[in-house]
Design a protein around this ligand. Structure first.
Ligand SMILES: C[S@@+](CC[C@H](N)C(=O)[O-])C[C@H]1O[C@@H](n2cnc3c(N)ncnc32)[C@H](O)[C@@H]1O
Length: 308
């Protein structure tokens, strides 16, 4: 979603986390709670191309957002090598995941070939976008966790893999696929425990008749819950309340297997409506940076698996 904005308040990055053990998935220090002003309207979902160039101030505003992304991910030092070597990346704004061509499940890779140690605990990010978020985590937790990004837009995966190679990371891999149809096959073949699944700012598909295109549907939720190791966690978030509520309903619907984290971990405080106040990962996703820059609240939930 590098070219899109939904909704801004500049904020300081939350302190870094280190995943030091498979049992400690989030080990964050919450030093900063952003002052979020609730917006009267759902967050804007605008594109770079739709932004009028006639208003210089607005233009400047939209230029700020990618700069903030670059700043937040400065540690990765990715520069513009991909553009120099391969050229500019032109990607479609939205994809219909129910297109027949996208309903073919991906083959599981040979995990021993894609990860340095395929027995490490696994985090899967569904809709990984540019992949910077997972690369940042992978760099910090290079010997304790593997990271798998599932992304429906192939060009984003091509670039992410280019960056992974450039960074020399052996614990992060991206697969171009529709997570709705491939998640089960992929994770069920992974040799290690599935410890964390994230679905962060999924495409909103606003129109009611398009809600079936939203990535979080019952079969995917069942598959996540069934494959998650005991103590494993699910992290969901959206800057669109309707999307967050939709996801929440699905994950709240399995209370015998998933508990919301505020009932077991007081270090992740929630607001009065049960939304986790701070991003527990220590780094914001790109969409999250754009949305907060636009003044949107991020609606988060974190669940923990309590039963096999
Ligand atoms: C709004 S972007 C968010 C990207 C990233 N998670 C973030 O927060 O910055 C949603 C991403 O999900 C991808 N996506 C949408 N439907 C998908 C699906 N069914 N399977 C895998 N990826 C999907 C889109 O291509 C897009 O990159």
């Amino acid at each position: 979603m590098a070219h899109s904005l939904y909704c801004s308040i500049p904020k300081k990055p939350i302190s870094s986390i280190v995943i030091s053990s498979p049992h400690i998935i989030f080990n964050s220090v919450h030093k900063f709670v952003p002052p979020v002003t609730p917006s009267l309207f759902p967050c804007r979902y605008c594109t770079w191309s739709s932004v009028s160039s006639s208003v210089a101030e607005t233009d400047e505003h939209y230029r700020q957002s990618p700069r903030l992304v670059a700043k937040e991910y400065a540690d990765l030092n990715l520069a513009d090598k991909f553009t120099e070597d391969v050229g500019n990346l032109r990607i479609r704004q939205h994809v219909n995941p129910l297109r027949r061509a996208l309903m073919i499940p991906a083959e599981a890779p040979n995990w021993k070939e894609v990860f340095g140690d395929a027995t490490l605990p696994l985090m899967v990010d569904i809709g990984s976008g540019s992949g910077r978020f997972l690369m940042w985590l992978a760099k910090r937790n290079s010997s304790s966790m593997n990271y798998l990004g599932l992304e429906i837009r192939p060009k984003l995966v091509t670039r992410a893999e280019y960056w992974v190679n450039e960074l020399g990371l052996k614990n992060v891999h991206f697969i171009s696929t529709n997570a709705m149809v491939s998640f089960q096959r992929l994770v069920s073949t992974y040799p290690g425990p599935l410890m964390l699944v994230s679905i962060l700012c999924p495409d909103p598909h606003f129109k009611k008749k398009h809600h079936k295109r939203r990535v979080v549907q019952k079969p995917l939720v069942d598959s996540i819950v069934n494959n998650l190791a005991h103590g494993g966690q699910v992290f969901i978030q959206s800057d669109v309340l309707d999307v967050a509520l939709d996801m929440r309903d699905y994950f709240d619907a399995v209370p015998d297997k998933l508990v919301h984290v505020d009932s077991v971990d007081p270090s992740l405080p929630c607001d009065g409506d049960g939304w986790v106040l701070n991003n527990p990962m220590g780094i914001r996703t790109e969409r999250e940076i754009h949305a907060e820059f636009e003044g949107c609240k991020i609606y988060r939930r974190v669940y923990k698996k309590v039963q096999h």
